[in-house]
Ligand binder design. Structure first.
Ligand SMILES: [Zn+2]
Length: 204
């Protein structure tokens, strides 16, 4: 499987169109992502992992997600106080284009911005469940770990204890198919530069 910087195991976590399809870019018949849900003024219906990863969307007005670029700009600036604003802006544009044009589409209930941490966008690693948080927490408490992972955009009005008790699944969610039975989903991301994780959730 092709590797993606911002998305782990997309063959499992988002999946392909059921049958092998003609990729709109390379015209080969192979497992393809459904591109109907991508954003932008141009449109294609299917793209293979290799074409997506190699940047075929750079030449089109198509993007697969939207990065939290405001927050990322602030992070880059605060990590590099001496960096000229122009360079910060260039770095931000470059990272944002890479995220939005080479990342598989994450199917979500609502539209929200892809989170960032430590001066880069984060990698989507899976759907939140108690076993996943407990495993990531290692020797620490899974609930505390979940609480610390909540993205700043989610903090208002959230009751983490209640979410843990009532909404976070008791069993691991191994793939996209298994995620589709839940009406609240927790999306877990990992920093590219530390062990920090970030959680965003939404509801049907
Ligand atoms: Zn292709």
């Amino acid at each position: 499987m092709t590797n993606f910087k911002y998305f782990e195991r997309p063959d499992q976590l988002t999946g392909f169109i059921d049958e092998e399809t003609t990729c709109d870019i390379c015209q080969k018949i192979k497992p393809c992502f459904d591109a109907e849900t991508f954003y932008g003024a141009d449109s294609i219906s299917a793209i293979c992992p290799e074409c997506l990863a190699s940047g075929a969307l750079y030449s089109k007005d198509i993007f697969t997600c939207e990065g939290d670029s405001k927050a990322l700009g602030k992070q880059i600036k605060s990590l590099n106080p001496a960096m000229p604003d122009e360079t910060v802006e260039q770095l931000l544009l470059q990272k944002t284009a890479e995220l939005e044009k080479t990342t598989p589409h994450l199917v979500t209930w609502q539209d929200w911005r892809w989170p960032c941490a430590d001066g880069d966008y984060c990698t989507f690693i899976g759907f939140g469940s108690k076993p996943l948080y407990n495993r990531l927490a290692k020797n620490l408490d899974g609930l505390e770990y979940f609480k610390n992972s909540i993205y700043y955009t989610m903090k208002d009005g959230a009751d983490p204890d209640q979410l843990w008790a009532e909404a976070i699944p008791d069993k691991e969610i191994p793939d996209y198919a298994a995620s589709s039975v839940f009406l609240t989903l927790f999306y877990v991301f990992k920093s590219l530069h530390s062990d920090d994780i970030i959680t965003i959730w939404d509801c049907a």
